[in-house]
Design a protein around this ligand. Structure first.
Ligand SMILES: C[S@@+](CC[C@H](N)C(=O)[O-])C[C@H]1O[C@@H](n2cnc3c(N)ncnc32)[C@H](O)[C@@H]1O
Length: 365
């Protein structure tokens, strides 16, 4: 079986390591490829047959997709691959020609292997890049190709609102992926615990990437601008043994963070402090790790306030941070200047896709 897995751009290596560790636990043979067809934010996992013996001694197939949906902290979607194909030149083709090519290709795929004729289906599209066709065109065309093919075996059922089987068709530049979306309509990064929606909240998958890159050793962790608490809650859900604390300036967000932590069942694991992190040393004498996505200019209106805020915060951080910090921002110039001026060194830098933006991640010591 081959699975197409999706995650944020820029964290494919961490998602791949997580998948490898989950699959190793099962003891099944596998191979994980990052960026299949050169596409960022995608992994291809080739998995050998995996069986277990049930209580009645029957041999049963292991549901690897279900395991990844349940256990992964870095993936967004788990799809059973039907096809991965490169359509050279499709971006320049006229709309009708591009759609005919997609229709002809999908009509030749054995989709009947992935669905019972009695089951209803829908096609969910994803499109990225410059094309002459829209996402809606893709879902309609792929939908009719699947419908026409299944009609050979009976009367197919389409249900756009509550389908039993979701086909996902992705056109990213020239690359086309078709799969069965085992995750469903809500991406895995949308955590069920999020009862308070902060306007600039971090994707849970990226929060976990930051946690991975922090190289935590059981020492104390703080998110000094914790917003709705994403990083802290995800950390507590990983059964982290060390002390976990967060600071937030606005009561509204802090209350929201507490509500989220309560919903996640980890409120007793996190100390939430109402405060101003430009006075960090007022609240903590020393902390081993700091992990935070800092306010960006885009989200807080007055862009000129950012360098000043970063400078005040990092000079305080220098007084209390013992080991390592992991930060995300779009403000490359402002953060790099303030990191070095406050005596820190950048140990790692990478770009990560977050909500249509590329954000800079820094690991500093
Ligand atoms: C980008 S958001 C963090 C979002 C958070 N990671 C989440 O997922 O909800 C930055 C947060 O920093 C807070 N903030 C800004 N200045 C602050 C300061 N001086 N001290 C503490 N918090 C501050 C903002 O109110 C905002 O909630």
């Amino acid at each position: 079986m081959r699975l197409i897995l999706t995650t944020s751009r820029g964290i494919e290596d961490l998602a791949s390591a997580e998948v490898e560790s989950l699959l190793s636990e099962l003891g099944v043979p596998f191979r994980v490829e990052e960026k299949p067809l050169g596409i960022e934010g995608r992994l291809l996992a080739e998995i050998g047959e995996a069986f277990y013996t049930d209580e009645k001694g029957r041999k049963r197939e292991l549901e690897v997709a279900t395991l990844l949906n349940e256990r992964s902290r870095l993936l967004h979607r788990v799809m059973i691959e039907i096809a991965s194909e490169r359509f050279e030149g499709i971006q320049e083709e006229r709309g009708g020609d591009a759609l005919k090519r997609i229709y002809d290709f999908v009509s030749g795929l054995p989709v009947e292997r992935y669905i019972k004729i009695s089951e209803s289906f829908a096609v969910r599209p994803f499109r990225k890049g410059e094309h002459t066709i829209t996402s809606l065109d893709i879902s309609r065309t792929v939908g009719s190709a699947i419908y026409d093919r299944l009609s050979r075996f009976g009367r197919p059922k389409v249900n756009l609102d509550h389908p039993a089987v979701i086909f996902r068709a992705e056109l990213i530049g020239e690359s086309f992926f078709l799969g069965i979306d085992t995750t469903g309509d809500s991406s895995l990064h949308k955590r069920p615990w999020r009862v308070y929606d902060h306007p600039a909240h971090l994707k849970a998958s990226i929060a976990n990437a930051m946690i991975e890159l922090a190289g935590l050793d059981g020492g104390s962790v703080i998110d000094p601008m914790c917003g709705s608490g994403t990083i802290l809650i995800e950390l507590a859900l990983r059964s982290y043994g060390g002390k976990i604390a967060g600071i937030e300036k606005y009561m509204k967000h802090l209350k929201g963070a507490r509500m989220n932590a309560l919903a996640a069942g980890v409120l007793d694991r996190i100390e939430f402090i109402h405060g101003d992190s430009t006075k960090l040393s007022k609240y903590v004498n020393s902390v081993d790790f700091a992990i935070s996505n800092l306010p960006y200019g885009l989200k807080i209106g007055r862009k000129s306030a950012i360098p000043k805020l970063y400078m005040e915060f990092f000079s305080e951080l220098a007084k209390v941070l013992e080991k390592r910090g992991v930060f995300i921002t779009t403000e490359k110039r402002a953060i790099e200047r303030t990191i070095t001026e406050n005596g820190f060194e950048i140990r790692h830098h990478r770009l990560i896709g977050h909500g249509g933006l590329m954000v800079h991640l820094y690991v500093i010591e």
